[in-house]
Design a protein around this ligand. Structure first.
Ligand code: ADP
Ligand code: ZN
Ligand code: ZN
Length: 732
């Protein structure tokens, strides 16, 4: 027998299948094996077994060993690998990497074992108990416990009784100590309380609509607080009852524990969690619990779509419009593509949920390609929180130069006085605390990237948010030597500082990149806030999504404009989504919620629709603009990105590539709606110059996209990378 093996190597040139001799029958398609590779031993995955080899047997080497009894990668995932190779132009090895926790590939993690104690075979425990000396109280205790419970952890018995008692009984041959695998359980200490709710008619209708539709994809368009989560949980419950499995995706790792809490409350240990914030051991154990069928529900962020579940019946993508569902790093995949592939292989249904679906998704739902269900009202007919616009231009004219409008200040006072909680939201995109020289206007930048550095007061340093480089704060302008430096813009730190001055007794929490860096950092902050240990939560994008804090009655959006002014065709849509999401955190329980939206452009169309929750009006507006301009969803935007440390080389390759793409356009003139090449808006990242070719195609022309990939591949070498992005999240 011979095996085709994909060897785990990074180099993109090596997208090859290697053949090995199969030494025994414990090797299956999908098994992880160790193989000789040159002078090294490497890990690989068997993707095929065959009787005949293409090579003479004396040229082949045998597989050294097999790593697990059962195959790690399922047949379905192997076919997904082939699909991704073609669709995204990636190597088999890099697709496989998405399927296996990285720790597993490197072979670093060991199974965790613990010592257990049982009564030895052939021992009559009752008799032994009678024979024990009266004084041997501890030994008696141990034995009685084991007669009742059969086995126990050694550490438990040592604690409860005594270690020497166990030792004595073991020495006498009465007890046997053995070691057994145990699972590390992330978030073991979550406290679950199962809310028992009676579903509303709207929720019930939504559930039966998903069950009865013959369409694979359902869009659940429900306003914030309309009870979408309850719909998900019920659909999952029915899926499990039908002996199938389910995947539930949320956009942020920070949201997974909260969701896991609800899943564990209802489904116990059949729910598993997968995300990059877990420790290696936890990830390894959770992964295997899923792979061997112990866990039937997987909750996670984007990458959990690759969970090794079999027999999937349901895939839920919550907050489907969120940009995190598109991977911006190689392999650049779209979560929905993968979900559709897996749904088709398993006969599963997909539910996309959102209060503000992406324009693309909503168009498909309206056209009947997706099944559309709506939850137009909040639970218990609670009103949507009122959004008040605070015109910051007027504030400035009145002499208020702080970040807080008088409206927001008053509302904060009332909120705190009534013992409620508030969330203050700061836009992350476009937010910067760059250091600017007030004499010459020079902005201090990272040496390796063409981006301004961000000031961090905590350790008086400057950080590059692209490459992570840290610099000492400068005391004078590097251009002109002036000492007059200003920290432009505001960050969460500054806001907390100002807030504390206004409300000295308020307890304020800050959630951003810095405060969440530690393991379970998000979780701890959110938990503290939800247990009402703080009055105000200040944060950026990650506090906008999904959270359900019943005591929050006020949300302040400090800089609503920030994302409007991006030269991105999606900025209007994004701003609307963001405002709706953040506003949706307010007034979710009995008390009415309020939102103060601070802006310098109160007359803006998108903002005016957002404060009235007019999703459909925003949609119609966006669609007509996109149609007129030929932007997605009426075209696909394709970007070929060329990056190199050598700028001349990058320019030369960009030119040649552009010529080749132009020739392609001349052959398919109707397909190309636009073609141009230019420097990227961010000219350099990590010391690599960035050039781009941008084009727009008719929707879904996979063949042309494949050709562009081939071209890009042709120019990629050790000193330069060229890659293709389809509808990238941002064009910076
Ligand atoms: P969404 O995900 O649509 O924003 P949630 O699912 O978080 O909304 O629901 C909002 C709140 O309403 C939650 O506190 C939830 O427990 C509660 N809820 C959901 N469904 C019901 C119901 N049928 N009856 C009572 N309360 C409900
Ligand atoms: Zn200067
Ligand atoms: Zn940098």
């Amino acid at each position: 027998m011979f095996a085709d093996v994909i060897v785990d190597i990074t180099v993109s040139e090596v997208d090859k299948i290697f053949e090995y001799i199969v030494p025994n029958d414990d090797i299956f398609v999908g098994s992880r094996v160790v193989v000789p590779f040159g002078s090294k031993k490497l890990c690989g995955i068997v993707i095929n077994l065959k009787e005949k080899s293409n090579y003479p047997p004396n040229r082949l080497k045998p597989i050294i060993s097999v790593l697990e009894d059962s195959p790690a990668v399922t047949k379905e995932l192997l076919s997904l690998m082939r699909y991704m190779q073609k669709k995204y132009f990636i190597t088999a090895a890099s697709a496989l990497r998405l399927f296996l926790p990285s720790e597993m590939r490197l072979g670093k993690v060991k199974e965790l074992t613990a010592n257990f104690v049982k009564i030895s075979d052939g021992i009559d425990a009752i008799k032994e108990l009678e024979n024990l000396k009266k004084s041997a109280k501890q030994q008696k205790g141990v034995l009685e416990f084991l007669i009742k419970n059969k086995t126990a952890k050694l550490s438990f018995l040592a604690n409860e009784f005594s270690r020497s008692a166990v030792n004595a009984l073991e020495k006498a041959g009465v007890l046997t100590v053995y070691s057994e695998k145990i699972s590390r359980n992330p978030y073991e200490n979550l406290n679950f309380n199962n809310k028992n709710v009676t579903l509303t008619t709207a929720q019930n209708d939504a559930i039966s609509s998903v069950e009865n539709t013959d369409k694979t994809i359902t869009l659940l368009h429900g306003v914030t607080g309309s009870g979408k989560t309850e719909v998900y949980l019920n659909l999952i419950s029915k899926t499990i009852a039908g002996c199938k499995t389910a995947i539930m995706l949320v956009p942020e790792i920070a949201l997974t524990p909260q969701m896991l809490k609800q899943l564990r409350a209802r489904f116990g240990d059949t729910a598993a969690i997968l995300h990059s914030g877990l420790s290696s051991g936890e990830k390894f154990d959770e992964w295997w619990r899923i792979r061997n069928g112990e866990a039937k529900i997987v909750i996670g962020a984007r990458s959990a779509i690759f969970a090794p579940l079999e027999n999937i019946g349901l895939i839920i993508i919550d907050e489907e419009h969120d940009s995190s569902y598109v991977s911006e790093q190689s392999p650049r995949y779209k979560t929905l593509d993968i979900a559709i592939f897996r749904a088709n292989s398993n006969g599963a249904k997909i539910v996309l949920g959102s209060a503000t679906p992406s324009v693309e998704t909503y168009l498909k739902a309206k056209n009947g390609e997706y099944n559309l269900v709506k939850l137009p009202e909040r639970i218990n007919k609670r009103p949507m929180p009122e959004i008040i616009i605070a015109d910051m231009k007027r504030e400035v004219r009145r002499g208020n130069n702080t970040m807080f409008s008088s409206h927001l200040r008053e509302e904060l006072e009332t909120c705190l006085k009534n013992g409620n909680q508030a969330i203050l939201f700061l836009n992350q995109r476009g937010y910067s605390k760059s250091v600017i020289c007030t004499e010459c206007g020079h902005v201090h930048k990272c040496v390796d990237c063409d981006v301004s550095l961000t000031y961090h007061a905590e350790d008086d340093s400057l950080l590059c948010h692209y490459c992570g480089a840290k610099y000492k704060m400068i005391s004078a302008c590097v251009e002109c030597g002036s000492k007059y430096l200003k920290h432009n813009g505001t960050g969460t730190e500054k806001i907390v500082y100002e807030l504390q001055k206004m409300f000295p007794t308020a307890k304020i929490l800050r959630m951003d990149r810095d405060t969440t860096a530690k393991k379970e950092g998000h979780f701890k902050i959110l938990n503290e806030f939800s247990e009402k240990k703080a009055d105000i939560l200040v944060g950026m994008q990650m506090i906008a999504k999904g959270h359900d804090f019943p005591s929050v009655t006020l949300v302040g959006i400090l800089d609503a404009d920030m994302s409007l002014h991006f030269s991105d065709f999606r900025s209007g849509e994004r701003t609307f989504q963001l405002i709706t999401q953040v506003a949706g955190r307010s007034g979710r329980a009995d008390e009415k919620g309020k939102v103060v939206l601070q802006t310098y452009t109160p007359e803006n169309f998108i903002l005016r629709q957002a404060v009235k929750y007019e999703y459909d009006k925003m949609f119609e507006h966006e669609i007509s603009v996109r149609k007129a301009t030929g932007f997605p969803p009426f075209s696909d935007i394709i970007r070929i990105m060329i990056t190199s440390e050598n700028e001349e080389h990058a320019v030369a390759v960009t030119k040649s590539l552009f010529n080749e793409v132009s020739a392609l356009r001349d052959r398919f003139p109707t397909e190309f709606k636009f073609l141009a090449c230019m420097k990227s808006p961010i000219k350099r990242i990590l010391n690599k110059f960035r050039y781009q070719i941008i084009t727009r195609f008719s929707v879904g022309n996979d063949e042309l996209i494949y050709r562009l990939n081939e071209l890009a591949q042709k120019y990629t070498d050790k000193t330069l990378t060229a890659y293709v992005e389809v509808n990238p999240n941002n064009l910076s």
